[in-house]
Design a protein around this ligand. Structure first.
Ligand SMILES: [Zn+2]
Length: 404
C-alpha cells in the first residue's frame, strides 16, 4: 500500500509563523482536511531568538523585525504541525550557524542545515539553503563554510551563499528524491511554464534571464541530476508553476525519463491572497512503498545514503579552502569513499535501528523577553549546539562548528 501525505508547501516565512499556521488551518478546513502532516517553508524563515540575532541578519536595518518565531523558541507557543525549512538569504545566521547539519530550532520545527536529505515516512525530501549571488556566486562558491561568530560584515554577507561542497554532496545522491527545496529558482525554470506571463508581470527579469542571471545555475544542475518529483522554491515573491520533462538518460538512472513539478510561492503578506503564498498538496511517494498509509507514526528520519555522503565529505564542509578541494576529487574516488562510508552507516546505524531524528531541541541563546528592547547593537556571543555535537558524535565526524 502506498502512503499519501497532505502537506503545505512553499511560502517564505519572514517571521510570520502565526499567520502561516493560521492560513494553513483555514485552508485545510476549507478543503475538508483535518490539518496537514507537514508544513514546508522555503527559506527567509527568520528564526530570530532575540534582538541580538537581528543584529547579524542580512537585510537593511529598516526591515529588521523580531517577528513571532521567538514565541515558539521560548515555548510560549507550540507549532501546530511538524514544520521543516531551508535557509534563504535573510536569516538569523547566528542561529543557523549552530546547526550546519540541520536540527530543531524549536519543538516540531526542523531546519535542514546547509544541505540535507531526510525521510518523512515514505517521502525522501532534499534541500539546499541559501542563494547564488552574482553571475558566478562570487569567489565564495568554491569555499567551505568558514564564517564563525562573532560575524563581521563580510561574513554576514557571505553566510547565505550556496557553496560547491554542498552542491557536490547533493549531486552524489542516487535514487528517487520526492521533494527538493531551494530558496532561489533553478536557472531557466521559467522556460518550462508560462514564461510570457513571468516576464509580462516582471519586465526586469527578462534582461536578467538574457544575461544568465535569473535563478541558480547549481539549482539547474541539481534538478537535472536528481529529477525530483516535486521542486519547491521561493525568493522571487512571485507564484509560478512549471512542469519539467526530463529527456534522455541522466547519471541518476533510477529516475531518468521522469518529470518534475515545480512550484514557487510568494511571501506571506497579510493583505495578499492566501494562494499566493500557500499551497496544500496531497503527495504520494514517486516510488511504490510497503509503508502503511497510517501517517500518525511517521517521524523525521535520517537518510542512510546522505549520512554516508556526509561522512565522506565532512572535511570539505567547514574547514579551510584547501579542505574544500577534496570535493573535487575524481568521481570514481568519491564513489568508492561513499560506498565505504555507506557500509559504516549500515553497520553502525541502520542495523541498530538508529535512524529516527531525535527530538532533542534545547535552547542555546536566551529567548527574547517580551517588553525588553527589540533592537540591539550587539550580537549574541556565539553558542555551540548540543544537537550538532551529538550528530557529529553519532556519525563519528569532527565537529567544526563548536565555539572554541
Ligand atoms: Zn530571499
Amino acid at each position: 500500500m502506498s502512503a499519501s501525505l497532505k502537506l503545505t508547501s512553499g511560502s517564505q516565512g519572514h517571521g510570520q509563523l502565526n499567520l502561516i499556521y493560521s492560513a494553513v488551518e483555514t485552508t485545510a478546513k476549507s478543503r475538508g482536511w483535518n490539518g496537514v502532516d507537514l508544513v514546508i517553508i522555503c527559506g527567509d524563515f527568520q528564526a530570530v531568538r532575540n534582538a541580538q540575532d537581528l543584529t547579524v541578519m542580512s537585510c537593511p536595518a529598516k526591515y529588521r523585525r523580531l517577528g513571532d518565531f521567538h514565541e515558539y523558541y521560548s515555548g510560549f507557543r507550540r507549532a501546530p504541525y511538524l514544520t521543516i525549512y531551508i535557509g534563504g538569504n535573510h536569516e538569523a545566521i547566528a542561529h543557523h550557524w549552530e546547526l550546519p547539519y540541520g536540527g530543531w530550532v524549536a519543538p516540531k520545527i526542523y531546519y535542514l542545515g546547509f544541505a540535507n536529505v531526510v525521510r518523512f515516512g515514505p517521502l525522501r525530501i532534499a534541500g539546499i539553503s541559501g542563494i547564488e549571488k552574482g553571475p558566478n556566486n562570487g569567489a565564495v562558491y568554491n569555499t567551505p563554510h568558514s564564517e564563525r561568530p562573532p560575524f563581521d560584515h563580510k561574513e554576514i554577507a557571505s553566510f547565505y551563499q550556496v557553496r560547491e561542497p554542498d552542491v557536490t554532496k547533493l549531486r552524489h545522491v542516487t535514487g528517487q528524491v520526492d521533494i527538493f527545496l531551494s530558496h532561489d529558482w533553478p536557472r531557466e525554470i521559467e522556460k518550462h511554464g508560462d514564461e510570457d506571463a513571468v516576464f509580462r508581470d516582471n519586465p526586469r527579469w527578462k534582461q536578467s534571464a538574457m544575461t544568465s542571471q535569473l535563478g541558480s545555475l547549481s539549482g539547474a544542475q541539481l534538478l537535472d541530476v536528481l529529477k525530483p518529483a516535486y521542486w519547491f522554491s521561493a525568493h522571487m515573491h512571485y507564484r509560478f508553476e512549471a512542469l519539467v520533462e526530463h529527456a534522455g538518460q541522466g547519471s541518476n538512472e533510477a529516475v531518468s525519463h521522469a518529470r518534475t513539478r515545480f512550484l514557487a510561492l510568494s511571501k506571506c503578506i497579510p493583505w495578499k491572497s492566501i494562494k499566493e503564498h500557500l499551497q496544500l498538496e496531497h503527495i504520494r511517494p514517486a516510488t511504490k512503498t510497503s509503508e502503511s498509509s497510517n501517517i500518525s507514526k511517521f517521524r523525521l528520519e535520517y537518510d542512510p545514503e546522505w549520512l554516508a555522503i556526509t561522512r565522506a565529505f565532512n572535511c570539505a564542509l567547514g574547514g579551510t579552502s584547501k579542505d574544500a578541494s577534496q570535493s573535487k576529487s575524481k568521481d570514481t574516488d568519491i564513489g568508492k569513499n561513499i560506498s565505504r562510508e555507506r557500509s559504516w552507516v549500515d553497520e553502525n546505524l541502520v542495523a541498530k535501528g538508529n535512524l529516527t531524528i531525535p527530538e532533542d531541541f534545547v535552547p542555546t541563546a536566551p529567548a527574547h523577553t517580551p517588553g525588553s528592547p527589540e533592537i540591539s547593537k550587539n550580537q549574541n556571543i556565539g553558542y555551540s549546539s548540543p544537537q550538532t555535537a551529538s550528530f557529529c558524535q553519532m556519525l563519528g565526524i569532527e565537529n567544526m562548528f563548536a565555539k572554541g
